[in-house]
Structures are given as structure tokens and as C-alpha cells.
Write a protein that binds this ligand. Structure first.
Ligand code: ATP
Length: 138
């Protein structure tokens, strides 16, 4: 069997994951990529998306990331994310409240006090958090 790799996911606020993984899939800016032990080293930026990995016990795990950077080395993947939570730690009510706030801002078309780019990014984060958390309930 292939060797495991160490996956670290950190944000400016907290360490979210520090664990052995059999495979890591991440949302690179240029598309999703997968890393197994022994991979050629590379670095990439990440977009909003989901990091998926298979842990030592063969369980698939899901982590929300809102963008950042990833560095893959032969035995380690390090993800520096702007924000990140494990699927089980997503607070759906908080994400729904963030969605409503973003929708209210986006509805104020033409209001030059609103930062629409920021509101669209908040909307995308909230929608993804809700979608990811809800898949855990299926
Ligand atoms: P909010 O407006 O609710 O803060 P946001 O999208 O602006 O949402 P971020 O800037 O992405 O929040 O994240 C700030 C911090 O709050 C991060 O540590 C992130 O992990 C955490 N966080 C944000 N939303 C949630 C959520 N719904 N469930 C759990 N943690 C969350």
C-alpha cells in the first residue's frame, strides 16, 4: 500500500487539520488537483472550494476553504487558507445569516456605499458552506 502524506490546513486564526492522509484533493485556481505520497513538489493558489482527503481509516473527509495557497512536497501537503472549517464544524445557521446579509447588500443595486465584489464573495462562501454542511445530513 502507498505511504500516507501529512496534511496540514491552517488559517491566520487556527490550525484546522493536522493529520495523515492517503490522498488529498484540493481546489487549485487552475482546477482541482490530487496529491499522493511521492508527488513532485509544487505550489499553487487555491480558489473557494472543498479540500477532500481520505484519512488513515479510509474515511473521506471534507474541509471548506475560502481560497489561499497550497504547497505539495513528497510527504506533506500544507494549505494556508484564508478561512477553513471541517464540514462537521460548519455552523449552518451562521452561514444562512451571512447569505441573507449578502443578498440584502446585492439587492441594493446602484448604491455606491456597497462593495458588491465583497458581497458576491460573501454570498459564494455562504452558499458553499450551506451546501457542504447539508450534504453531511443526507
Ligand atoms: P461571517 O459573516 O459569518 O463571519 P464570513 O464568510 O465572512 O462569514 P470568513 O471571513 O470566511 O467568514 O471566516 C471568518 C472566521 O469564521 C473563520 O475562522 C471561519 O472558519 C469562521 N466561520 C465563518 N462562517 C462560519 C460558519 N458558518 N461555520 C463555522 N465557522 C465559520
Amino acid at each position: 500500500m502507498a505511504e500516507n502524506i501529512t496534511l496540514e490546513i491552517v488559517t491566520p486564526e487556527k490550525a484546522v487539520v493536522s493529520e495523515e492522509a492517503q490522498i488529498v484533493m484540493a481546489p487549485g485556481s487552475l482546477g482541482e488537483f490530487g496529491v499522493l505520497s511521492g508527488h513532485t513538489p509544487f505550489m499553487t493558489s487555491l480558489k473557494l472550494g472543498v479540500v477532500r482527503y481520505v484519512d488513515k481509516a479510509n474515511k473521506e473527509r471534507f474541509v471548506f476553504v475560502s481560497g489561499g495557497f497550497a504547497e505539495a512536497l513528497p510527504k506533506r501537503v500544507t494549505i494556508l487558507a484564508e478561512s477553513a472549517e471541517r464540514r462537521k464544524d460548519i455552523d449552518i445557521e451562521r452561514a444562512k445569516a451571512a447569505l441573507v446579509r449578502a443578498e440584502e447588500r446585492l439587492a441594493k443595486e446602484g448604491d455606491d456605499k456597497i462593495d458588491f465584489t465583497r458581497a458576491r464573495a460573501a454570498l459564494a462562501r455562504a452558499l458553499l458552506r450551506i451546501r457542504l454542511a447539508e450534504t453531511a445530513r443526507l
